[in-house]
Design a protein around this ligand. Structure first.
Ligand SMILES: C[S@@+](CC[C@H](N)C(=O)[O-])C[C@H]1O[C@@H](n2cnc3c(N)ncnc32)[C@H](O)[C@@H]1O
Length: 201
């Protein structure tokens, strides 16, 4: 499928270790390709969290091991990160993670359906140069497609170390989810879609 968005990442394969390479042979068993796949997998779980850009997958694996009743959808395009995640899933017998290995905007924009109870984005690529800001993942267009996949009463958590990215995210959040409560302190955002006050993480 032709991507209609500007790339928000530099696609790098990275060095693939033997462990990752072996694990990647099983990728197909853990992939989801669209929201219908997620709905199907969700039948065995009470809630569903999406982590976009999971990197080395440490946060995602920890969360999944702590909350076995929740289905985690991990989104990443970085092959060595996907390999590390798969290796952990296989070695540790983690049952409740599925993977989306393309640009997440393709999944969110295709057959949107309210499936997610929580969306987490930790340190999205900052694209610090001003001429590259248009490549930043989080903008009004992105938030509008994410919103269509989030359930009522769901949450979005975003963190970034980049002050001016944080400020622009704050503006976009206010535009796209204006009725929600929010906490913004320095570099942290924690947002619930349905008016309840939440604690800062
Ligand atoms: C700066 S890294 C942060 C990784 C990890 N969350 C962390 O905190 O270490 C951002 C990650 O987001 C991924 N990414 C960027 N745009 C994406 C997109 N549109 N869909 C899926 N993943 C994306 C990149 O491949 C990259 O691994």
């Amino acid at each position: 499928m032709q991507l209609k968005y500007l790339p928000s990442f530099v696609k790098r394969r990275g060095r693939i270790t033997k462990r990752q390479s072996k694990a990647l042979e099983q990728l197909d068993n853990f992939l989801v390709t669209d929201v219908d796949d997620i709905s199907e997998a969700l039948k065995n779980y009470s809630s569903c969290h999406l982590e976009i850009g999971f990197g080395n997958a440490k946060h995602l694996c920890n969360e999944a091991k702590l909350n076995k009743d929740t289905l985690y959808i991990g989104s990443e395009v970085y092959l060595s990160g996907i390999g590390s995640l798969l290796a952990s899933i296989i070695e540790e017998g983690i049952q409740n993670i599925r993977i989306y290995d393309q640009d997440i905007r393709l999944l969110l924009d295709n057959k949107p359906k309210e499936v997610f109870d929580k969306v987490v984005i930790i340190c999205p690529d900052p694209w610090p140069k001003e001429k590259h800001h248009k490549r930043r993942l989080i903008n009004d267009e992105f938030l509008s497609i994410v919103k269509r996949t989030m359930k009522n009463d769901s949450e979005i958590y975003i963190s970034t170390d980049w002050e001016n990215y944080a400020e622009s995210i704050f503006v976009y959040l206010n535009q796209s989810m204006p009725l929600s409560n929010q906490n913004y302190q320095g570099r942290k955002f924690y947002r619930n879609q349905n008016h309840h006050l939440l604690n800062l993480i």
